[in-house]
Design a protein around this ligand. Structure first.
Ligand SMILES: *[C@@H]1O[C@H](CO)[C@@H](O)[C@H](O)[C@H]1NC(C)=O
Ligand SMILES: *[C@@H]1O[C@H](CO)[C@@H](O)[C@H](O)[C@H]1NC(C)=O
Length: 660
């Protein structure tokens, strides 16, 4: 349920934020490059250097329990007379961000008390009004959690800060539109903030906001105007008796569950400007994080995971080095006859480079996996440096998509080169599959999701024009680049192998349980997954709670951990089954680490049932639709890591043993 909404959200969030923040800070010496501060000054003194009007923007509304966000205008709130949307980048559109101007406008450093925005009346005789009011109520209630609109000033979230357990303050970049006291007198969700909200079966609408803006004045530092360094708000529920003379004191704005009398809602706001020159513009997002109540336990658990990784790596490296060293020494010492009676990985030297079955599919997967790997690495690296900070809205997604498109060439090259090495002849099929297979699956899935969103009328639906643009990027840029890569891949000679392959395949001896393919593959994914699952929890939280802040430095760390564990687990298991004289390692290495994606899927299912309060078929389908895309991408990503690690390993060990 959502009863712990106030207390729960910060708990889930804070850890991620604080940790990522620490990671980011150690990762990035500088902050938000590419974003220039805007100067504000009082009315009358504005000019080219500074502006006096402050425009409040509003982003879509969302809730913890639904994946479907709503646009601000679908609710009967005050609308801005001039509908003007700031231009949005591809990433914002893909993420369903729809930023609109709001009717809240004011001048810099001009305190306002209890300004009226608009009045909405609901007449019991008008059928439409009942519908509007019901929709508003459904937003206050969700079916469990209220919807929260997100206000934005000067590209910075307006946060709602409140106390949580241990007298800590938590700042949420959104506020509920209202709350509900259940028929049994239980104040739900945000209603706990005020003990006056106590009438049974009553909705309390937050129709008033007290906004406080903190600014850093340039007067002492020699530049004109001031920069905004903080914006917080406090939602209030006030029933305005006289809509033409607002006083902002009065009983709460109650909306009973039954619509039996005409209702009038007046929206209002107050603004207060406070100077604080100790906050720097460059670190104005910090307070969101600093106010987090953070749990040391979580920090320790991350450290633990890191320590385990390091410890395991040490163990693996030691065992491998010593045993391998011994193996190699033994193989290279003894004469031929004795060696024939020996068992071990050397025995399969004539088969280990026998091309895999379904080499076409494997090479296509590896080509696309390489594309995804380089894309992820570059995106995370840039994000880590602060280029894709949350203040640069949508930049992360835009960067990832553009990189993916531009990385068609390595995909084509890797796929073609490996396919040629596997002795494949159908190069046209190979090129086409590399360019079309996985992107096609993702696009089809994405398209289906969008159909659902269109039907549901959610703001996350991608406009038709954007879909066409995505197709154009794919077919117009990515595909030709893939062809170029494939051309070069096929022109090169196939990869050289350290040992010759025999004509006749060798019989594979009876395998023990642990070296059989299926148990081996299932075991392979456990180790990498074990290292990322805590982090995965935060990532899922950040995706499904529609918030993305500061996790990049941290994600980069996870990326490295994953890279190491996937490689090590695959090499280790590969070594064991080669020792058992099972030489089918091509697919097996790919699937061993790729199996992490299956655990990811299982975890996502578990997360869905245990952590999310998603209701409705559309939301559920969307959740699993997006999860499938994630799982597929993750499968290619981890599989490719495992494959190349194992490829390197097998090449290495067979090039050092003497084979006549
Ligand atoms: C606005 O209100 C704040 C806090 O009450 C006060 O410190 C500030 O001086 C006021 N600003 C103006 C321009 O009146
Ligand atoms: C300015 O902000 C800092 C950091 O949030 C705070 O510690 C300090 O008390 C503030 N100063 C004033 C004058 O409000």
């Amino acid at each position: 349920t959502c009863n712990g909404w106030l207390a729960l959200k910060p708990k889930r969030w804070s850890r991620l934020l604080v940790l990522s923040f620490i990671a980011l800070r150690s990762c990035a010496a500088f902050y938000l490059p590419g974003l220039a501060p805007v100067s504000f000054c009082e009315e009358g003194t504005s000019g080219d250097e500074c502006q006096s009007t402050i425009q409040l923007f509003v982003n879509r509304l969302d809730s913890v329990e639904s994946v479907l966000p709503y646009e601000y205008d679908v609710f009967d709130f005050c609308q801005d007379a001039e509908e003007k949307r700031p231009s949005e980048n591809l990433g914002q559109v893909l993420f369903g961000e729809r930023i609109e101007t709001s009717p809240y406008k004011f001048n810099f450093n001009k305190n306002l008390t209890c300004e009226k925005v608009c009045t909405r009346t609901y007449d019991i005789s008008a059928k439409d009004d009942k519908k509007k009011l019901d929709f508003l109520k459904s937003g206050m209630q969700g079916s469990k959690c209220p919807l929260t609109p997100k206000l934005i000033i000067d590209n910075m979230p307006v946060t709602w800060c409140y106390n949580v357990e241990d007298n800590q303050k938590y700042c949420n970049p959104g506020f509920p539109i209202g709350c509900l006291v259940t028929p049994d007198g239980h104040p739900k969700d945000a209603c706990v903030i005020n003990s006056a909200f106590n009438k049974k079966n009553m909705y309390y609408l937050f129709n008033h906001v007290d906004i406080m803006i903190t600014y850093h004045s340039g007067a002492t530092e020699g530049w004109k105007g001031a920069r905004l360094v903080g914006a917080t708000l406090e939602p209030k529920s006030i029933k305005h008796e006289d809509e033409n003379k607002l006083t902002c004191d009065g009983p709460p704005m109650e909306i009973p569950n039954e619509f039996t009398s005409n209702t009038k809602v007046t929206y209002s706001y107050s603004v207060k400007f406070v100077e604080n020159n100790s906050i720097k513009w460059a670190s104005r997002w910090d307070y969101i994080l600093v106010s987090m109540p953070h749990t040391n336990i979580q920090w320790f658990s991350i450290m633990n995971s890191l320590v385990i990784v390091l410890f395991l790596s040490g163990m693996v490296a030691m065992i491998m080095l010593r045993t391998l060293h011994k193996d190699i020494a033994r193989y290279n010492q003894v004469d031929q006859e004795e060696a024939q009676e020996e068992s071990g990985w050397k025995q399969v030297h004539g088969d280990v480079f026998r091309p895999p079955r379904k080499g076409m599919l494997l090479s296509v997967f590896l080509g696309q996996g390489t594309q995804i790997f380089i894309m992820t690495f570059t995106t995370l690296f840039l994000a880590c440096l602060g280029f894709l900070s949350p203040a640069n809205r949508g930049a992360l997604m835009t960067c990832a998509v553009v990189l993916w498109v531009l990385l068609g060439t390595p995909a084509g090259y890797v796929s073609a080169r490996l396919y040629k090495t596997f002795g494949g002849e159908k190069w046209k099929t190979n090129v086409l599959l590399t360019a079309l297979l996985c992107p096609g699956i993702v696009f089809a899935d994405f398209f289906l999701m969008n159909l659902i969103l269109w039907v549901e009328g959610s703001s996350a639906a991608i406009p038709f024009g954007t879909l066409v643009a995505i197709l154009a990027l794919w077919f117009g840029i990515s595909m030709p680049l893939t062809f170029i890569g494939a051309y070069f891949g096929f022109k090169k000679p196939s990869l050289e192998q350290p040992v010759r392959t025999n004509q006749i395949p060798r019989q594979i001896p009876e395998q023990s349980f642990f070296t059989k393919p299926i148990p081996g593959i299932i075991m392979g994914g456990i180790l990498p997954f074990g290292c990322i699952f805590i982090q995965l929890f935060f990532i899922l939280n950040s995706i499904w709670s529609h918030q993305m802040y500061y996790m990049f430095g941290f994600l980069f760390l996870v990326f490295i951990i994953l890279l190491i564990t996937c490689s090590e687990a695959t090499i280790l298991l590969c070594y064991f089954h080669l020792c058992a004289e099972d030489y089918h390692w091509w697919w097996r290495s790919f699937l061993t680490s790729g199996f992490t994606a299956v655990y990811l899927f299982i975890y996502a299912v578990h997360y869905f049932f245990s952590k999310l309060q998603i209701v409705g078929a559309a939301s559920t389908i969307l959740y699993f639709g997006y999860t499938m895309i994630m799982v597929l991408i993750f499968f290619l990503f981890t599989g490719t890591i495992g494959f190349f690690a194992c490829f390197w390993f097998v090449n290495k060990i067979y090039s050092v043993v003497k084979v006549d």
